[in-house]
Write a protein that binds this ligand. Structure first.
Ligand code: HEC
Length: 207
């Protein structure tokens, strides 16, 4: 009777529990195996360093320099002008008696050393004095504009020239950053009144 019970129990074990255990352990092992296989995600591919020929080294270097100057040239003058349009308005026509127009009368300044210098200094440091433009008097102050880097100064001046003063976008007289840097270092930080004193030599007709 006792033996029968043991036999019965063993038969049940052999028939159901044993295969279940075998399958269970098998699944466990195979899933372990899978995670083992997935682990090598961290596998670091062998880095292949291409051989650099001596003749290729110089072009690689100059390419970098070209990229940097292209970046500087991509400062958007129109975006910088948003700073100015609060006073000179979007079209550059200004407000008679308050903010002088920047349209149709500044192109000649590009042709003279004094004119170029005056424009760069005004945009960076502001200007203060009496101006008579098209029979209208302006006795105001343009405050010093913060954050005007040489790149931004060149870009906004070129924007004014090409958008409001009919200068072609490929005109070689347009401003380059280097020139603004030079004007800035040659003159230092000037007061708006002293910049105004340079206006007389900048304009041929208007004063
Ligand atoms: C807060 C108002 C204001 C802002 C902002 C301003 N300006 Fe002016 N700007 C003036 C005033 C006012 C004058 C005339 C000052 C005077 O009467 O001496 C002037 C004069 C000028 C002149 C000289 C014009 C001439 O005939 O001599 C230029 C060029 C100029 N601004 C360009 C700019 C540019 C570019 C910006 C933006 C970077 C700018 N301004 C931002 C108010 C402003």
């Amino acid at each position: 009777m006792g033996n029968n019970l043991i036999n019965f129990a063993y038969n049940k074990f052999a028939r159901y529990v044993k295969p279940a255990l075998v399958i269970g352990v098998g699944l466990l092992l195979s899933s372990c195996g899978e995670t083992e296989v997935k682990k090598p995600v961290k596998f670091i591919p062998e880095i292949q360093v291409p051989e650099i020929k001596a003749s290729e080294q110089i072009p690689t270097k100059s390419k970098k320099i070209v990229q940097i100057s292209e970046f500087l040239a991509t400062v958007d003058g129109g975006k910088v002008y948003k700073k100015c349009q609060a006073c000179h308005v979007k079209t550059g026509e200004g407000v008679p008696g308050a903010f002088p127009p920047l349209t149709g009368r500044l192109a000649s300044l590009l042709k003279s050393k004094h004119g170029r210098e005056y424009l760069a200094l005004v945009v960076m440091n502001g200007v203060r004095g009496e101006m008579n433009i098209d029979g209208i008097r302006y006795i105001g102050t343009m405050p010093r504009q913060g954050g005007m880097t040489p790149e931004k100064t060149a870009a906004v001046l070129n924007y004014i020239m090409t958008e409001f003063n009919g200068v072609a976008t490929d005109d070689t007289d347009l401003f380059k950053t280097d020139e603004i840097v030079k004007i800035s270092t040659d003159n230092g930080r000037m007061t708006a009144q002293n910049i105004f004193k340079k206006r007389a030599t900048a304009f041929v007709k208007e004063q």
